[in-house]
Design a binder for this molecule. Structure first.
Ligand SMILES: *[C@@H]1O[C@H](CO)[C@@H](O)[C@H](O)[C@H]1NC(C)=O
Ligand SMILES: *[C@@H]1O[C@H](CO)[C@@H](O)[C@H](O)[C@H]1NC(C)=O
Ligand SMILES: *[C@@H]1O[C@H](CO)[C@@H](O)[C@H](O)[C@H]1NC(C)=O
Length: 163
């Protein structure tokens, strides 16, 4: 189907990253400017949602050079979607389009997550099964904002996704 063939095309584009011992997905994402979402999608057939099954020597795809998001930002303690959007001069439509794993309240950002902060939609198509991979916060990760409790009063921009 369309999404599957698109994914195969992506997979052939740049699949020559070799995992080293001790590496994990977000470490690779941060080093290579590949968003958490993009790395998960283009390797959805090989890497599980929590990224706990990487093997040293394994080849990963990073995406398609020139067509993927290489403008990235690593989430820091106390970050919010608002702060990320302001710092990178992007709106919530673009932030959510490029990082579909972020929930509607922006309550699931975690420290070390790699976001695409490009100001245009640069995101690989979702896998054919429609599931967004890596939506589970890794056990090792901490929420970015300790005050998040589902109350999005201080996150007005996150509501604009409905537009
Ligand atoms: C390996 O990946 C890089 C981008 O990371 C790409 O420029 C290069 O063409 C790739 N080489 C092969 C043999 O696929
Ligand atoms: C990642 O982005 C930073 C900031 O733009 C840049 O300095 C760095 O060279 C990039 N790294 C790679 C592997 O593209
Ligand atoms: C969000 O930003 C994009 C890129 O600059 C722009 O095309 C779009 O109109 C903006 N959307 C809203 C709702 O402001």
């Amino acid at each position: 189907m369309l999404a599957a063939s698109a994914l195969v095309a992506l997979a052939f584009a740049s699949c020559n990253y070799t995992v080293q011992a001790g590496e994990y997905c977000d470490l690779i994402s941060a080093a290579k400017n590949v968003s958490t979402y993009q790395l998960a999608v283009v390797n959805a057939d090989a890497v599980n949602a929590e990224c706990t099954n990487l093997q040293p020597g394994q080849n990963l795809c990073l995406g398609t050079q020139g067509e993927d998001c290489s403008t990235t930002y690593v989430v820091q303690p106390d970050d919010t979607c608002d702060a990320v959007m302001q710092a990178h001069a992007i709106n919530s439509t673009i932030l959510y389009a490029n990082n579909p794993q972020i929930d509607a309240q922006c309550a699931n950002l975690y420290i070390g997550e790699v976001l695409c902060t490009a100001n245009s939609v640069l995101v690989p198509p979702a896998p054919a099964n429609g599931q967004i991979p890596a939506t589970t916060i890794p056990a090792s990760a901490q929420p970015a904002s300790p005050t998040v409790n589902g109350d999005d009063e201080d996150l007005p921009f996150c509501d604009e996704i409905d537009d």
